[in-house]
Design a protein around this ligand. Sequence first.
Ligand SMILES: *Cc1c(COP(=O)(O)O)cnc(C)c1O
Length: 415
Amino acid sequence: MKIKDSIVMLGEKCEMELQEQFKQIDWMCEINSLKVLNAFHKYGVSEAHFNSTTGYGYGDLGRSVIEQIYCEIMGAEDALVRSQFISGSHALTVALFALLRPGDTMLSITGKPYDTLDEVIGIRDNSSSLKSFNINYEQIDLINNDFDYEKIIEKLTKTKIKLIEIQRSKGYSTRKSINIEKLASVIKAIREINKDVIIMIDNCYCEFVEEKSPLEIGADIIVGSLIKNLGGGIAPNGAYIAGKATLVKLASERLTVPGEGKEVGPTLGINKSLLQGLYMAPSVVAASLKTAVFASKLLERLGYKVEPKYNENRCDIVQNIIFDDENKLIAFCQGIQKASAIDSMAIPVPWQMPGYDDKVIMASGSFVQGSSIELSCDGPIRPPFIAYLQGGLTYQYGKIGVMMAVSNILGEDDE
Ligand SMILES: *Cc1c(COP(=O)(O)O)cnc(C)c1O
Protein backbone atom coordinates (compact mmCIF):
# COMPACT_ATOMS: atom_id res chain seq x y z
CA MET A 1 0.00 0.00 0.00
CA LYS A 2 3.03 2.27 -0.10
CA ILE A 3 2.95 3.00 3.59
CA LYS A 4 6.51 4.04 4.31
CA ASP A 5 8.53 1.65 6.52
CA SER A 6 9.64 4.52 8.71
CA ILE A 7 5.99 5.38 9.38
CA VAL A 8 5.08 1.78 10.23
CA MET A 9 7.95 1.67 12.72
CA LEU A 10 7.07 5.01 14.23
CA GLY A 11 3.44 3.92 14.39
CA GLU A 12 4.32 0.82 16.42
CA LYS A 13 6.34 2.94 18.81
CA CYS A 14 3.49 5.43 19.24
CA GLU A 15 0.97 2.68 19.79
CA MET A 16 3.03 1.23 22.63
CA GLU A 17 2.86 4.56 24.40
CA LEU A 18 -0.93 4.73 24.13
CA GLN A 19 -1.86 1.75 26.32
CA GLU A 20 -3.19 3.90 29.15
CA GLN A 21 -5.46 5.88 26.79
CA PHE A 22 -6.67 2.70 25.09
CA LYS A 23 -7.53 1.13 28.45
CA GLN A 24 -9.62 4.16 29.35
CA ILE A 25 -11.43 3.98 26.00
CA ASP A 26 -12.13 0.25 26.50
CA TRP A 27 -13.56 0.97 29.92
CA MET A 28 -15.99 3.55 28.52
CA CYS A 29 -16.92 1.06 25.79
CA GLU A 30 -17.79 -1.50 28.44
CA ILE A 31 -19.98 0.95 30.36
CA ASN A 32 -21.86 1.92 27.20
CA SER A 33 -22.18 -1.69 26.05
CA LEU A 34 -23.84 -2.50 29.37
CA LYS A 35 -26.18 0.44 28.91
CA VAL A 36 -27.19 -0.75 25.43
CA LEU A 37 -27.65 -4.38 26.42
CA ASN A 38 -29.70 -3.44 29.48
CA ALA A 39 -32.01 -1.36 27.30
CA PHE A 40 -32.41 -4.20 24.77
CA HIS A 41 -33.37 -6.51 27.64
CA LYS A 42 -35.71 -4.04 29.34
CA TYR A 43 -37.77 -3.63 26.17
CA GLY A 44 -37.49 -7.28 25.13
CA VAL A 45 -36.08 -6.76 21.65
CA SER A 46 -36.98 -9.75 19.50
CA GLU A 47 -36.86 -10.80 15.87
CA ALA A 48 -40.38 -9.44 15.38
CA HIS A 49 -38.94 -5.94 15.80
CA PHE A 50 -36.91 -6.38 12.62
CA ASN A 51 -40.14 -6.29 10.60
CA SER A 52 -41.18 -2.94 9.33
CA THR A 53 -44.01 -0.96 7.86
CA THR A 54 -44.65 0.72 4.53
CA GLY A 55 -47.06 3.48 3.49
CA TYR A 56 -48.14 5.65 6.42
CA GLY A 57 -46.22 3.50 8.86
CA TYR A 58 -48.86 3.17 11.57
CA GLY A 59 -48.13 0.77 14.45
CA ASP A 60 -44.50 0.10 13.64
CA LEU A 61 -43.32 -2.06 16.56
CA GLY A 62 -39.64 -1.94 15.64
CA ARG A 63 -39.73 1.84 15.35
CA SER A 64 -41.25 2.25 18.79
CA VAL A 65 -38.86 -0.16 20.48
CA ILE A 66 -35.92 1.70 18.90
CA GLU A 67 -37.25 5.00 20.24
CA GLN A 68 -37.79 3.51 23.72
CA ILE A 69 -34.24 2.19 23.75
CA TYR A 70 -32.83 5.57 22.70
CA CYS A 71 -34.77 7.14 25.59
CA GLU A 72 -33.38 4.62 28.04
CA ILE A 73 -29.79 5.09 26.90
CA MET A 74 -29.85 8.88 26.86
CA GLY A 75 -32.16 9.61 29.76
CA ALA A 76 -34.89 11.07 27.56
CA GLU A 77 -38.64 11.22 28.15
CA ASP A 78 -39.26 10.72 24.47
CA ALA A 79 -37.29 10.33 21.25
CA LEU A 80 -37.74 10.58 17.52
CA VAL A 81 -35.34 8.24 15.69
CA ARG A 82 -36.19 8.39 12.04
CA SER A 83 -34.83 7.74 8.58
CA GLN A 84 -37.09 10.56 7.35
CA PHE A 85 -34.41 12.87 8.72
CA ILE A 86 -32.02 13.08 5.80
CA SER A 87 -29.10 14.30 7.92
CA GLY A 88 -28.08 15.76 11.24
CA SER A 89 -28.55 19.23 9.79
CA HIS A 90 -32.10 18.31 8.82
CA ALA A 91 -32.90 17.14 12.37
CA LEU A 92 -31.43 20.36 13.79
CA THR A 93 -33.53 22.33 11.30
CA VAL A 94 -36.70 20.45 12.24
CA ALA A 95 -36.02 21.02 15.94
CA LEU A 96 -35.44 24.75 15.48
CA PHE A 97 -38.50 25.28 13.29
CA ALA A 98 -40.55 23.16 15.71
CA LEU A 99 -39.60 25.08 18.83
CA LEU A 100 -39.40 28.68 17.59
CA ARG A 101 -42.26 30.97 16.57
CA PRO A 102 -42.29 34.37 14.82
CA GLY A 103 -40.97 37.05 17.16
CA ASP A 104 -38.94 34.55 19.24
CA THR A 105 -35.20 34.85 19.71
CA MET A 106 -32.71 32.00 19.64
CA LEU A 107 -29.32 32.46 21.20
CA SER A 108 -26.21 30.44 20.39
CA ILE A 109 -23.69 30.49 23.25
CA THR A 110 -20.98 28.51 21.47
CA GLY A 111 -20.33 31.09 18.77
CA LYS A 112 -21.48 30.57 15.20
CA PRO A 113 -23.22 27.20 14.78
CA TYR A 114 -22.24 24.50 12.29
CA ASP A 115 -21.81 25.83 8.73
CA THR A 116 -24.89 24.13 7.30
CA LEU A 117 -27.10 26.09 9.73
CA ASP A 118 -26.10 29.47 8.23
CA GLU A 119 -28.96 29.41 5.74
CA VAL A 120 -31.32 27.74 8.20
CA ILE A 121 -30.91 30.54 10.71
CA GLY A 122 -30.55 33.27 8.11
CA ILE A 123 -26.93 34.22 8.87
CA ARG A 124 -26.66 33.74 5.10
CA ASP A 125 -29.70 34.95 3.21
CA ASN A 126 -32.25 32.34 2.32
CA SER A 127 -35.95 32.91 1.76
CA SER A 128 -36.80 29.78 3.76
CA SER A 129 -34.68 30.69 6.79
CA LEU A 130 -35.87 31.20 10.38
CA LYS A 131 -35.10 34.87 9.82
CA SER A 132 -37.59 34.98 6.95
CA PHE A 133 -40.22 33.90 9.51
CA ASN A 134 -39.21 36.81 11.75
CA ILE A 135 -37.27 34.65 14.19
CA ASN A 136 -34.29 36.49 15.64
CA TYR A 137 -30.83 35.13 16.13
CA GLU A 138 -28.20 36.24 18.61
CA GLN A 139 -24.81 34.81 19.38
CA ILE A 140 -22.28 34.86 22.19
CA ASP A 141 -18.80 33.59 21.40
CA LEU A 142 -16.78 31.32 23.65
CA ILE A 143 -13.86 32.85 25.51
CA ASN A 144 -10.75 30.78 26.19
CA ASN A 145 -12.64 27.66 25.13
CA ASP A 146 -15.29 28.15 27.78
CA PHE A 147 -18.63 29.90 28.00
CA ASP A 148 -18.74 33.66 28.38
CA TYR A 149 -20.75 33.56 31.61
CA GLU A 150 -20.84 37.31 32.08
CA LYS A 151 -22.40 37.95 28.68
CA ILE A 152 -24.76 34.98 28.93
CA ILE A 153 -26.09 36.12 32.30
CA GLU A 154 -26.46 39.70 31.11
CA LYS A 155 -28.28 38.61 27.95
CA LEU A 156 -30.67 36.32 29.83
CA THR A 157 -31.41 39.03 32.36
CA LYS A 158 -32.11 41.74 29.79
CA THR A 159 -33.58 39.94 26.77
CA LYS A 160 -36.38 37.44 26.33
CA ILE A 161 -34.75 34.33 24.88
CA LYS A 162 -36.84 31.36 23.78
CA LEU A 163 -34.12 28.87 23.00
CA ILE A 164 -30.42 28.49 23.69
CA GLU A 165 -28.43 26.42 21.22
CA ILE A 166 -25.21 24.78 22.38
CA GLN A 167 -23.03 22.95 19.88
CA ARG A 168 -20.69 20.57 21.64
CA SER A 169 -18.41 19.40 18.86
CA LYS A 170 -16.23 22.08 17.27
CA GLY A 171 -17.55 21.80 13.71
CA TYR A 172 -15.13 23.58 11.36
CA SER A 173 -13.91 25.97 14.04
CA THR A 174 -10.59 26.11 15.87
CA ARG A 175 -12.05 25.92 19.36
CA LYS A 176 -12.11 22.91 21.66
CA SER A 177 -15.23 20.79 21.97
CA ILE A 178 -17.48 21.16 25.01
CA ASN A 179 -17.29 18.37 27.58
CA ILE A 180 -20.10 17.30 29.89
CA GLU A 181 -18.58 19.06 32.88
CA LYS A 182 -18.50 22.46 31.15
CA LEU A 183 -21.97 21.85 29.78
CA ALA A 184 -23.34 21.00 33.23
CA SER A 185 -21.95 24.15 34.76
CA VAL A 186 -23.36 26.46 32.08
CA ILE A 187 -26.77 24.78 32.30
CA LYS A 188 -26.74 25.32 36.06
CA ALA A 189 -25.93 28.99 35.58
CA ILE A 190 -28.68 29.40 32.97
CA ARG A 191 -31.25 27.72 35.21
CA GLU A 192 -30.44 30.06 38.09
CA ILE A 193 -31.75 32.91 35.95
CA ASN A 194 -34.30 31.29 33.69
CA LYS A 195 -36.21 28.07 34.35
CA ASP A 196 -38.09 28.07 31.06
CA VAL A 197 -35.64 28.83 28.26
CA ILE A 198 -35.29 25.74 26.05
CA ILE A 199 -31.74 24.39 26.15
CA MET A 200 -31.05 22.56 22.90
CA ILE A 201 -27.83 20.66 22.30
CA ASP A 202 -26.21 19.78 19.00
CA ASN A 203 -24.76 16.48 20.23
CA CYS A 204 -23.18 15.34 16.94
CA TYR A 205 -20.01 13.24 17.37
CA CYS A 206 -20.32 13.19 21.19
CA GLU A 207 -22.53 10.17 21.88
CA PHE A 208 -20.89 7.39 23.92
CA VAL A 209 -17.62 9.32 24.30
CA GLU A 210 -18.41 10.33 27.87
CA GLU A 211 -20.61 8.53 30.35
CA LYS A 212 -23.50 10.97 30.62
CA SER A 213 -25.78 12.41 27.98
CA PRO A 214 -26.61 16.13 28.09
CA LEU A 215 -30.19 15.22 29.06
CA GLU A 216 -28.91 13.71 32.31
CA ILE A 217 -27.41 17.04 33.32
CA GLY A 218 -30.36 19.27 32.59
CA ALA A 219 -30.53 19.90 28.83
CA ASP A 220 -34.05 19.85 27.35
CA ILE A 221 -33.47 18.45 23.90
CA ILE A 222 -30.56 16.90 22.00
CA VAL A 223 -29.99 16.21 18.33
CA GLY A 224 -27.59 13.92 16.48
CA SER A 225 -26.97 12.01 13.26
CA LEU A 226 -27.21 8.25 12.69
CA ILE A 227 -24.38 8.27 10.17
CA LYS A 228 -22.22 9.30 13.09
CA ASN A 229 -21.78 7.69 16.52
CA LEU A 230 -25.10 6.04 17.35
CA GLY A 231 -25.61 4.47 13.93
CA GLY A 232 -22.53 2.34 14.61
CA GLY A 233 -21.60 2.43 10.91
CA ILE A 234 -24.55 0.19 10.12
CA ALA A 235 -27.52 2.59 10.04
CA PRO A 236 -27.96 3.55 6.36
CA ASN A 237 -29.19 7.07 7.18
CA GLY A 238 -31.29 9.03 9.66
CA ALA A 239 -31.00 11.17 12.76
CA TYR A 240 -32.52 11.53 16.19
CA ILE A 241 -34.10 14.16 18.41
CA ALA A 242 -34.54 13.24 22.09
CA GLY A 243 -35.52 14.96 25.31
CA LYS A 244 -38.59 16.42 27.01
CA ALA A 245 -41.78 14.78 25.74
CA THR A 246 -43.54 18.09 24.96
CA LEU A 247 -40.62 19.26 22.83
CA VAL A 248 -40.16 15.95 21.02
CA LYS A 249 -43.89 16.03 20.20
CA LEU A 250 -43.48 19.47 18.62
CA ALA A 251 -40.53 18.18 16.60
CA SER A 252 -42.50 15.13 15.47
CA GLU A 253 -45.38 17.29 14.29
CA ARG A 254 -43.00 19.48 12.37
CA LEU A 255 -41.30 16.45 10.77
CA THR A 256 -44.58 14.79 9.80
CA VAL A 257 -48.04 16.31 10.25
CA PRO A 258 -49.69 18.25 13.09
CA GLY A 259 -52.04 15.74 14.69
CA GLU A 260 -50.09 12.73 13.42
CA GLY A 261 -46.58 13.32 14.78
CA LYS A 262 -44.78 10.18 15.91
CA GLU A 263 -47.61 7.84 14.90
CA VAL A 264 -46.59 7.83 11.25
CA GLY A 265 -43.35 7.26 9.35
CA PRO A 266 -42.70 3.94 7.63
CA THR A 267 -39.40 2.24 8.43
CA LEU A 268 -39.06 0.51 5.04
CA GLY A 269 -36.79 -2.27 6.26
CA ILE A 270 -34.26 -0.37 8.36
CA ASN A 271 -35.27 -1.41 11.90
CA LYS A 272 -32.74 -4.22 12.11
CA SER A 273 -29.94 -1.94 10.87
CA LEU A 274 -30.76 0.73 13.45
CA LEU A 275 -30.87 -1.83 16.26
CA GLN A 276 -27.69 -3.56 15.16
CA GLY A 277 -25.97 -0.21 14.62
CA LEU A 278 -26.82 0.89 18.13
CA TYR A 279 -25.61 -2.46 19.44
CA MET A 280 -22.25 -1.92 17.71
CA ALA A 281 -22.02 1.79 18.51
CA PRO A 282 -20.07 1.61 21.80
CA SER A 283 -17.26 -0.38 20.19
CA VAL A 284 -17.30 1.59 16.94
CA VAL A 285 -17.03 4.83 18.92
CA ALA A 286 -14.14 3.23 20.85
CA ALA A 287 -12.41 2.29 17.56
CA SER A 288 -12.85 5.85 16.32
CA LEU A 289 -11.40 7.24 19.54
CA LYS A 290 -8.37 4.95 19.35
CA THR A 291 -7.83 6.00 15.73
CA ALA A 292 -8.01 9.66 16.77
CA VAL A 293 -5.61 9.16 19.68
CA PHE A 294 -3.20 7.27 17.42
CA ALA A 295 -3.32 10.01 14.79
CA SER A 296 -2.76 12.66 17.44
CA LYS A 297 0.31 10.91 18.79
CA LEU A 298 1.83 10.05 15.41
CA LEU A 299 1.36 13.49 13.87
CA GLU A 300 2.59 15.27 16.98
CA ARG A 301 5.68 13.07 16.89
CA LEU A 302 6.21 14.18 13.29
CA GLY A 303 6.13 17.80 14.38
CA TYR A 304 2.57 18.83 13.50
CA LYS A 305 0.20 20.78 15.73
CA VAL A 306 -2.68 18.61 16.89
CA GLU A 307 -5.83 19.16 18.91
CA PRO A 308 -6.66 17.42 21.17
CA LYS A 309 -3.32 15.98 22.25
CA TYR A 310 -3.17 12.21 22.67
CA ASN A 311 -3.40 12.38 26.44
CA GLU A 312 -6.18 14.96 26.75
CA ASN A 313 -9.68 13.95 27.80
CA ARG A 314 -11.99 13.75 24.82
CA CYS A 315 -15.65 14.56 24.44
CA ASP A 316 -16.05 13.84 20.72
CA ILE A 317 -14.41 11.62 18.09
CA VAL A 318 -12.87 14.45 16.05
CA GLN A 319 -9.10 14.88 15.74
CA ASN A 320 -7.66 18.10 14.34
CA ILE A 321 -4.31 18.30 12.63
CA ILE A 322 -3.32 21.90 12.00
CA PHE A 323 -1.19 21.83 8.85
CA ASP A 324 -0.71 25.55 8.15
CA ASP A 325 -0.22 24.34 4.57
CA GLU A 326 -2.93 23.84 1.97
CA ASN A 327 -1.05 21.14 0.05
CA LYS A 328 -0.42 19.03 3.12
CA LEU A 329 -4.09 19.20 4.12
CA ILE A 330 -5.07 18.05 0.64
CA ALA A 331 -2.42 15.29 0.53
CA PHE A 332 -3.47 14.02 3.95
CA CYS A 333 -7.14 13.77 2.92
CA GLN A 334 -6.16 12.09 -0.33
CA GLY A 335 -4.13 9.55 1.67
CA ILE A 336 -7.14 8.74 3.85
CA GLN A 337 -9.18 8.15 0.69
CA LYS A 338 -6.47 5.85 -0.72
CA ALA A 339 -6.75 3.64 2.35
CA SER A 340 -10.55 3.37 2.19
CA ALA A 341 -12.30 0.13 1.29
CA ILE A 342 -14.68 1.88 -1.09
CA ASP A 343 -13.68 4.34 -3.84
CA SER A 344 -9.99 4.03 -2.96
CA MET A 345 -9.15 4.94 -6.55
CA ALA A 346 -10.96 8.28 -6.34
CA ILE A 347 -8.94 11.41 -5.63
CA PRO A 348 -10.84 13.96 -3.55
CA VAL A 349 -10.32 17.63 -4.45
CA PRO A 350 -11.62 20.81 -2.81
CA TRP A 351 -15.07 21.86 -4.05
CA GLN A 352 -17.82 24.34 -3.36
CA MET A 353 -20.23 22.16 -1.36
CA PRO A 354 -23.82 23.31 -0.95
CA GLY A 355 -24.31 24.74 2.54
CA TYR A 356 -20.66 25.65 3.11
CA ASP A 357 -18.92 29.01 2.70
CA ASP A 358 -15.35 28.04 1.77
CA LYS A 359 -14.30 25.26 -0.54
CA VAL A 360 -14.14 21.97 1.35
CA ILE A 361 -12.15 18.79 0.71
CA MET A 362 -13.75 15.58 1.92
CA ALA A 363 -12.29 12.10 1.98
CA SER A 364 -14.92 9.51 2.71
CA GLY A 365 -14.55 6.15 1.04
CA SER A 366 -17.44 4.79 3.02
CA PHE A 367 -20.09 2.10 2.74
CA VAL A 368 -22.70 4.74 3.59
CA GLN A 369 -22.42 7.94 1.53
CA GLY A 370 -20.94 10.76 3.62
CA SER A 371 -20.78 8.63 6.74
CA SER A 372 -18.29 10.12 9.15
CA ILE A 373 -18.36 7.35 11.73
CA GLU A 374 -16.44 5.51 9.03
CA LEU A 375 -12.85 6.73 8.66
CA SER A 376 -13.11 10.10 7.00
CA CYS A 377 -11.27 13.36 6.86
CA ASP A 378 -12.30 16.78 5.71
CA GLY A 379 -11.47 20.41 6.03
CA PRO A 380 -12.34 23.82 4.65
CA ILE A 381 -9.68 25.33 2.42
CA ARG A 382 -8.81 28.30 4.60
CA PRO A 383 -5.94 29.05 7.00
CA PRO A 384 -4.76 27.46 9.21
CA PHE A 385 -5.64 24.50 6.96
CA ILE A 386 -6.97 22.12 9.58
CA ALA A 387 -7.78 18.48 8.85
CA TYR A 388 -10.80 17.18 10.73
CA LEU A 389 -10.24 13.45 11.03
CA GLN A 390 -12.89 11.19 12.47
CA GLY A 391 -14.35 7.72 12.50
CA GLY A 392 -12.98 4.24 11.97
CA LEU A 393 -15.22 1.18 12.10
CA THR A 394 -12.29 -0.76 13.54
CA TYR A 395 -9.10 0.58 15.07
CA GLN A 396 -6.98 -1.50 12.70
CA TYR A 397 -8.51 0.07 9.58
CA GLY A 398 -8.22 3.46 11.24
CA LYS A 399 -4.56 2.98 12.04
CA ILE A 400 -3.76 1.81 8.50
CA GLY A 401 -5.61 4.82 7.10
CA VAL A 402 -3.72 7.28 9.28
CA MET A 403 -0.35 5.75 8.38
CA MET A 404 -1.28 5.86 4.70
CA ALA A 405 -2.30 9.52 4.96
CA VAL A 406 0.95 10.41 6.73
CA SER A 407 2.96 8.57 4.05
CA ASN A 408 1.07 10.59 1.46
CA ILE A 409 2.18 13.95 2.88
CA LEU A 410 5.81 12.98 2.99
CA GLY A 411 7.62 13.49 -0.30
CA GLU A 412 8.54 10.48 -2.46
CA ASP A 413 12.12 10.28 -1.20
CA ASP A 414 11.46 11.93 2.11
CA GLU A 415 11.95 9.04 4.55
C1 LIG B 1 -22.01 16.54 11.46
C2 LIG B 1 -22.51 17.67 12.25
C3 LIG B 1 -23.77 18.22 12.04
C4 LIG B 1 -24.75 17.70 11.02
O1 LIG B 1 -24.17 17.38 9.86
P1 LIG B 1 -24.88 16.51 8.71
O2 LIG B 1 -23.76 16.30 7.79
O3 LIG B 1 -25.97 17.34 8.17
O4 LIG B 1 -25.40 15.25 9.32
C5 LIG B 1 -24.15 19.26 12.84
N1 LIG B 1 -23.37 19.73 13.81
C6 LIG B 1 -22.15 19.22 14.06
C7 LIG B 1 -21.32 19.78 15.16
C8 LIG B 1 -21.68 18.17 13.29
O5 LIG B 1 -20.49 17.65 13.55
